[in-house]
Design a protein around this ligand. Structure first.
Ligand SMILES: NC(=O)c1ccc[n+]([C@@H]2O[C@H](COP(=O)([O-])OP(=O)(O)OC[C@H]3O[C@@H](n4cnc5c(N)ncnc54)[C@H](OP(=O)(O)O)[C@@H]3O)[C@@H](O)[C@H]2O)c1
Ligand SMILES: *[C@@H]1O[C@H](CO)[C@@H](O)[C@H](O)[C@H]1NC(C)=O
Ligand SMILES: *[C@@H]1O[C@H](CO)[C@@H](O)[C@H](O)[C@H]1NC(C)=O
Length: 319
């Protein structure tokens, strides 16, 4: 009798856990899918870091919609192998590779020049590439700050006229919920950090910079028919953890229950790139194909403007 009771309690406990997991799963893990069937025939999409993770999954979907897709990647071999995968999976042969290393501002300038010379159109720019890594770039800035924010800021600046000429056009900026713990300290934000914990902090700050970039960009783009959106893709199983010791993620085995695959992780990027009628939400933050109110530091218009001017100064863009 007692054994039966214990068994019943165990069963009830298991059912409760299962129910709880189902609840968490449907609310946080299963992604809302982008449901529109918008065609991108005749349009050109440029996506940074399109050779892996969320970027690659995004590229496959946009190529399926008929877009000409330019993958901007730093590694020729990885880039080419992704290009062939994406052509095969999408059935679209207009997927091409161009080399861009965001860790070098010279590479960004050279890339923009050859892109503008060889591609007549730019309809959708997706600032997707990102790192979670310590150390410095060849320009002497912090890895996360430059790759995630500053180099994309420069790239966007250099391509803006082409986007305006192809309007209505869009810019999608991959940010993250990690902007929650980001801070913009103008004395330190660009300086290289060392070690895993510092890299995590710096990553959060670079993702806050992404949010503020989208916000100020939307202000400046008012009336141009170029719109921009900041995106959190969810917690996605990608290679973003590659510079972390394996045990950090693998030892927390249960974390695997709470990450989505790349196809699910790409849905909000795809939505912001294609959904009709969201133009009035330019500058806003999207999670699970819906606008969401970001953390307070990402709603600070003055901070956004200051970061804009700070970035321009670092890049020598001011007269
Ligand atoms: N995964 C998540 O849970 C998550 C959550 C929130 C936000 N995000 C954001 O989503 C975006 C995509 O990340 P992911 O998770 O898909 O990561 P991933 O699998 O590591 O892919 C990152 C991409 O960025 C490229 N990249 C890195 N450094 C570069 C550089 N210096 N120049 C050019 N390309 C560079 C990588 O190229 P290589 O292959 O050559 O390294 C790769 O193609 C990032 O902005 C990230 O912050 C991800
Ligand atoms: C923006 O689009 C609207 C609607 O298509 C058009 O009337 C307007 O002229 C466009 N403005 C610019 C600056 O291109
Ligand atoms: C990164 O995460 C993936 C999936 O979550 C896992 O398979 C892989 O082992 C992790 N890599 C490192 C270096 O932690």
């Amino acid at each position: 009798m007692e054994a039966l009771g214990a068994l019943g309690a165990l069963g009830a406990g298991a059912a409760l856990l299962l129910g709880l997991y189902a609840l968490l799963y449907y609310n946080f893990v299963a992604a809302t899918r982008c449901r529109n069937a918008v065609s991108l025939r005749g349009k050109t999409v440029l996506i940074t870091g399109g050779n892996a993770g969320i970027g690659k999954a995004t590229a496959v979907d946009l190529a399926r919609r008929g877009a000409r897709v330019v993958l901007a990647c730093r590694d020729k071999a990885r880039g080419e192998s992704a290009m062939y995968d994406i052509r095969r999976e999408s059935g679209n042969s207009e997927v091409i590779l161009m080399i861009l290393d965001l860790g070098s501002l010279n590479s960004v300038r050279a890339f923009a020049q050859s892109f503008l010379e060889s591609e007549p159109r730019l309809d959708i720019l997706i600032n997707n590439a990102g790192v979670l890594k310590d150390g410095q770039t060849s320009d002497g800035f912090d890895q996360a700050f430059q790759v995630n924010h500053l180099a994309h800021f420069l790239l966007t600046h250099l391509l803006l006229d082409r986007l305006k000429r192809c309007a209505p056009s869009r810019i999608v900026i991959l940010s993250s919920n990690a902007h929650m713990y980001g801070k913009i300290n103008f004395r330190t934000i660009h300086k290289p950090v060392e070690g895993m914990w510092e890299a995590l902090r710096s990553y959060g700050s670079s993702k806050l910079a992404n949010m503020l970039h989208a916000r100020e960009l939307a202000n400046q783009l008012e009336g141009t028919n170029v719109t921009c959106y900041a995106v959190h893709p969810g917690a996605v199983k990608t290679e973003i953890n590659r510079s972390f010791p394996w045990w950090i993620f693998s030892s927390l085995w249960f974390m695997r229950l709470f990450v989505r695959d790349c196809d699910a992780g790409a849905q909000t990027s795809i939505y912001c790139a294609t959904e009709e009628g969201i133009e009035r939400l330019s500058g806003r933050y999207f999670v699970d194909c819906r606008p969401k109110v970001p953390w307070p530091q990402a709603r600070d218009d003055q901070l956004a403007k200051k970061l804009w001017e700070f970035s321009e100064r670092l890049l020598g863009l001011t007269a």
